[in-house]
Design a binder for this molecule. Sequence first.
Ligand code: ZN
Length: 278
Amino acid sequence: MPLGDVRAMLATAGRRGRAVGSFNVFNLETIEAVLAAAVARGSPVIVAFTERMAADFDLETLALVVHHRATALDVPVGLHLDHGQSEAGVLRALRAGFTSVMYDGAGIPYEEKVRRTRAVADMGHGFRAAVEAELGHVPRGSRQGEVLADPGLVADFVKRTGVDMVAVAIGSVHGLKAGEARLNFTRLRAIRRETDAYLSLHGSSGIADADLRRGIREGITKISYFTAASRAASLAMRESWPGGRNVPPYAALSIAARRAFQARIQERLVVYAGTRVR
Ligand SMILES: [Zn+2]
């Protein structure tokens, strides 16, 4: 089928007590791993590409590949620009055929962030794409720089920016290992009460499955995941390389990495399917 409307995918997931996984890719192998996992689980997925990666992997080529591969699949696939840094970067992704875009806006004062996010949202909607922005700030690597999402701002933020999805900073941190961070459910509930926008969680690798399942029950419908699959792929490459002077074929390392990456994503899709009966 053609690339999916991410809002429709999230609406369906929400009704079924599930979340849609947004999986970061950066080369052909990771794209294939995400799509193979989606097919194996019969599950919708969002293929996500972080704007910063565009320096190393051509964004237009990535969009062509994902469009081409998704057409042949029976599961809905969305294509999302993750952490878009500028209006120009978001526009490039929209022109390439991304069906969903995030505007990062980290560190920008609130009023200015509202203004810039509104401009990106109008642009994204002009391309019929879904638009995500972050409320608060989910830090990277440690709690330093964390700004928890303010429930008192969420209604104002969504109304004035027009975004469809809000990435909420509720305790997760990009780049951690499972169980190293906990979600603040009191804050999540307070945010949920204030808005009907889809709520998205970043930094999910650091959150234990029990917390993720509870987060889904309490209204998270989009979950970004990368770090743990990336670690698993790197470890699989190390295991395929016994050491010494014997250099394994590049293809063997690449295939081992791809398989490990896919296995972790398939495992996530089981968790994101939630626990509520349809
Ligand atoms: Zn993120």
